[in-house]
Design a protein around this ligand. Sequence first.
Ligand SMILES: Nc1ncnc2c1ncn2[C@@H]1O[C@H](COP(=O)(O)OP(=O)(O)O)[C@@H](O)[C@H]1O
Ligand SMILES: [Mg+2]
Length: 261
Amino acid sequence: MGSRIYTMVNQKGGVGKTTTAINLGAYLSKLGQRVLIVDLDPQANATSCLGVDKHTVKNGTYEAMIGTSTAAAGLLSNSTVGLSLLPSSSALAGAEIELVSQTGRDSRLRAALEPLHDRYDYILIDCPPSLSLLTVNGLVAAKDGVIIPVQCEYLALEGVGQLLQTLQRIRQSLFPSLRVRGVVMTMFESRAHLSTDVVGEIRKHFPDQVFNAIVPRSIRLAEAPSYGLPISVYAPSSTGAQAYLALATELLIGDGVALPQ
Ligand SMILES: Nc1ncnc2c1ncn2[C@@H]1O[C@H](COP(=O)(O)OP(=O)(O)O)[C@@H](O)[C@H]1O
Ligand SMILES: [Mg+2]
């Protein structure tokens, strides 16, 4: 039946896209899924979070999109963590310019990932914090929907409104069946009334689209990348780890995938 492909998207930086891609991916893997993380951000944070130095990347997302290599040739696998990675490098920043004149410029990533559909149960794409051509490629590749991390902060709803307009434009022009798989509330602070208010407000506007699992602000989640580890390995009993396990479980149940016994 091929991979499920979800893209983490939000034009705002620092809301937890990369953290969600890595840690949701790590728990999907722990729950028995074959998982690929695709780093579509020239800043290569997902790549570094998994302990890979972007300067050493010869074949990655960029080369697969431009067509000088294939996605299969760029795959790196981390057996400790149980994840595969299609890494980014700073070369990806140049993809913007090079792709503009190429045919199928909006669907390069979708096409590049197609040969991998039998190899993975889940492909999670980590977008840059912009609505660039790279992000458009991330959206067009999001066969099964987008996952929108939203930070529990003032004016969160406003940012999501802009994003939904963008998704609507993509539906009209390139990909009519683009859907929102779910909104993940991140950096929740249980002692701050604001966090609770924001979650309530987002839930009101997106009934049935907000995941029940809420990711708390957790220092462990912020520390894990400097060890090149997902939270499932770095601090599996932390509150952040529990939240991403709950999110992975919720996603699998919603997707009708059997959980391991
Ligand atoms: N739940 C959280 N609690 C604490 N820190 C977090 C949490 N989620 C993300 N961070 C940290 O916040 C910063 C931004 O998160 P990141 O996932 O890189 O966002 P984005 O990819 O949307 O730019 C990173 O330093 C990350 O480690
Ligand atoms: Mg990021």
